[in-house]
Write a protein that binds this ligand. Sequence first.
Ligand code: ADQ
Length: 476
Amino acid sequence: MPAHDLVVVANRLPVDAHLREDGSVEWEPSPGGLVTAMESVMRNVDSGAWVGWAGSPGEAPDPFEADGMQLYPVMLSAEDVARYYEGFSNATLWPLYHDVIADPEFHRTWWDAYREVNERFAKAAAAVAAPGATVWVHDYQLQLVPSLLRDARPDLRIGFFDHIPFPPFELFAQLPKRNQVLRGLLGADLIGFQRERDALNFLTSVRQLLGYTHHQHEITVPGIGSAPARVVTAKAFPISIDSHAVGEMAEDPEIQEAARTLRHELGDPRKVVVGVDRLDYTKGIRHRLKAWGELLNDGAIDPDEVLMVQVATPSRERVDAYRQLRDEVELTVGRINGDFASIGRPAISYLHRSLDRRAMTALYQAADVVLVTALRDGMNLVAKEYVASRPDELGVLVLSEFAGAADELRAAILVNPHDIDELKTAILRALAMPEEEQRAAMQSLRRQVLDNDVQGWAHAFLGELESAGRAQDVPT
Ligand code: ADQ
């Protein structure tokens, strides 16, 4: 039986399947921030593993190795994908945890699937963790895993990190099965959140709904039967990016040349304003387009001089709210271009696709202004990537105060994206900002992002996990 000292459990494995010409499957790493963070941590453990779904429904592939990590695929049937993933995770929890920007939908069959899939993940993790190992569970799809895992393997040290916001008590209280979710999470020794506010929301829900007391960030979970009382810590660990790698890419002359070429291909506008998001209703793309359309309409922006580029990654396309959003965004972009573009020169250049990391860095360098107008966002890594991509210390970040990143990136132009007038003013201010002022703000933003990278985040979480949850410390 395999035995790993550190096991990461996440909905997705850090690889994507690519079909070779002969029909066989090849796995390619999909290096997101989490993978990068784990690489530096895995270097310090004898053996690391990752448990997750390989991305397509049906039978799971056999375990395999990638980048010095053993990967253990978990099976999801087409029905699991519909109920656990698209249903309970993305049509119930996601909108509820993001301030009900879209209406959460709830079906008991979705909850049943969520529980069953969480059991499957917990079982898979329990089977590969060495005695006394550390298991780090990620995100809202797997909130029941910590307690299921603790029941099966009380010897483990269990951490959980929530990548999305944790809602205020008044909203969380709407969730059917809310107490099961809280108890699921409380199986962990350490629960990490993006913002201090998320941790406080969680502590309030635990107090109000379960009646458990807490002292600052430490919750006392009463023992059941012969099991002793436990201490669970809930606090903020703001996630970041691989700032060094992004910074290095940004210094690459080829990328700098690509940024210049890009501006030229865009018609050498005086200013380029960029938005980069997953096509998600939480990202405030509609608000951004509304503000942009009004600025053009008011004559405050000249479409011959200023161009907006919106790159939207396709996302969750089988969930209704996402289909609707795509239609609305594309209708609005079409209208704005119909009214303000000239032949061969759009007012908004819109791409519905993903760009690779190098193309993204070039785009950030070509951007005079980046708009992050999320209505609610756990952190928002685009804001941090933009800053890390600007060693020239130029460019302006307009950042929603509803993104977790706003807690750290105070030198951005902070906005309430619900206030379209305020958003318009912020965009105009960003476009008019003198270089000296841009530099002062960008220096401060860069210090924050370069000093606090994703490796630091992972080490801080795992460091705290090492000393968390010692049952003997709890007075009985
Ligand atoms: P997301 O909601 O996916 O993540 P975000 O933090 O912005 O949001 O991360 C998106 C990532 O995808 C970034 O690295 C970005 O560069 C990339 N990306 C977006 N559009 C792209 C495109 N068109 N082409 C290529 N890449 C693109 C969730 C939470 C966030 C939290 C992260 C990490 O919702 O709040 O910051 O997890 O915890």
